[in-house]
Design a protein around this ligand. Structure first.
Ligand code: NAD
Ligand code: WQD
Length: 337
């Protein structure tokens, strides 16, 4: 199949392109490189020995999307493109609604125009808001605690409304937990601009000596060691989840939401220790007050993804840290290297 991958040059998108190509699919990437670099595509081609088509463009540009759909003859779209920094979304909410919500509307319009009705969408566990119970099942009430989360929720609701209005669509909404790690080759990985927002890339930079210490935000949560607990999932497992979702979409029309997580929660200090072991480096840290908006614990019930998609995360914490360290240590400046 020819798959159009919006945001295919990004962290999760690039790892998904590798797995799509490995599986024998053809890939067209549509990306504006606002948070990525063209170099990543050369690396994907190096890993797989296969080539991709690239269209540089913005998902808010309907004409550009129509052109790429006309020229690529795609039979499905995996939609990663968008903005993803929670803190930034609080400061610049309109940019988040514009790129994420308006961009998705333009994409859905262009797909409708071309009679293309198969979509895998990148949602997030953030749509569960403050967990009312754990592990999180897909029928947990949905809410958002920041503008970024609101955009994911609006898009999810929009997709459900679209399917109600036209049940010939095939839509898979994937709710990622905390993606970490990198491809085992060490050639592609997460390349954050500036100070990393997320835990794992920050820890990796401390281990590499680029930052002095990790700020641990809160040690007074009701968790085993007092630090926040999350469901970290290897980005290659996550990528494979998209292939499983695509396969399931071939079985019939649907609009389903599925968790992609491991079902296991690790604390911040668990992550620090595992990273120290994988890297052989010390990760110095200091305890600071809680980060506003953080929850104590968040992890998936992975039963639905297993039953529906036949997908299960396989890579353990050690592998996540080893792969992240291989990427960090061989590309100290990310793709800017
Ligand atoms: P990323 O920033 O690495 O990748 C996003 C890609 O989209 C980048 O290459 C960027 O250049 C591109 N892009 C952004 N706005 C665009 C626009 N208007 N037009 C065209 N291209 C545009 O992010 P990621 O971590 O790979 O995340 C991919 C998707 O998964 C996002 O939708 C994100 O919200 C979602 N998600 C990410 C996480 C996470 O922790 N990484 C967790 C849950 C959900
Ligand atoms: C993990 C844990 C922090 C950094 C975010 C988004 C979510 C999703 C994934 C997109 C928490 C602690 C972190 C640091 C720390 N993204 N931490 N020091 O907050 O679970 O989820 O990314 O959809 O929407 O909210 O991930 O990696 O920021 O934090 O102590 O420097 O690490 O408090 O307990 P989070 P994270």
């Amino acid at each position: 199949m020819m798959i159009l991958v919006t945001g295919g040059a990004g962290y999760i998108g690039s790892h998904t392109c590798v797995e799509l190509l490995n599986e024998g699919h053809q890939v067209t990437v549509f990306d504006n490189f606002s948070n990525s670099q063209p170099e990543v595509l050369a690396r994907v081609e190096r890993i797989t020995g296969k080539q991709m088509q690239l269209f540089e463009g913005d998902i808010r540009d309907r004409a550009a999307l129509s052109a790429v759909l006309r020229q690529s003859d795609a039979s499905a779209v995996i939609h990663f493109a968008g903005l993803k920094a929670v803190g930034e979304s609080v400061v610049q909410p309109l940019a988040y609604y514009d790129h994420n919500v308006v961009g998705t509307i333009r994409l859905l319009e262009a797909m409708t125009e071309h009679g293309l009705k198969t979509l895998v969408f990148s949602s997030s566990a953030t749509v569960y808001g403050d967990p009312q119970y754990l592990p999180l099942t897909e029928d947990h009430p949905l809410s958002a605690t920041n503008p970024y989360g609101q955009t994911k929720l609006v898009i999810e609701n929009m997709l459900r409304d679209l399917y109600t209005s036209d049940p010939t669509w095939h839509i898979s909404i994937l709710r990622y937990f905390n993606p970490v790690g990198a491809h085992a080759s060490g050639l592609i990985g997460e390349s954050p601009q500036g100070v990393p927002n997320n835990l794992m890339p920050f820890v990796a930079q401390v281990a590499a000596g680029k930052r002095e210490f990790l700020n641990v935000w809160g040690r007074d949560y009701a968790t085993p060691d007092g630090t926040g607990v999350r469901d970290y999932v290897h980005v290659v497992d996550l990528a494979l989840g998209h292939l499983a979702a695509l396969k399931h979409l071939q079985t019939g029309t649907q609009c389903v939401a599925v968790n992609l997580g491991t079902g296991v929660g690790y604390s911040v200090l668990d992550m620090v220790r595992a990273f120290e072991q994988a890297s052989g480096k010390q990760v110095a840290f200091r305890i600071l007050p809680r980060r506003p908006g953080d929850v104590a614990a968040c992890y998936a019930d992975p039963a639905h993804s297993k039953a529906l998609l036949g997908w299960q995360a396989k890579r353990d914490l050690q592998t996540m840290c080893q792969d992240a360290w291989r990427w960090q240590s061989s590309n100290p400046n990310g793709y800017g290297n």
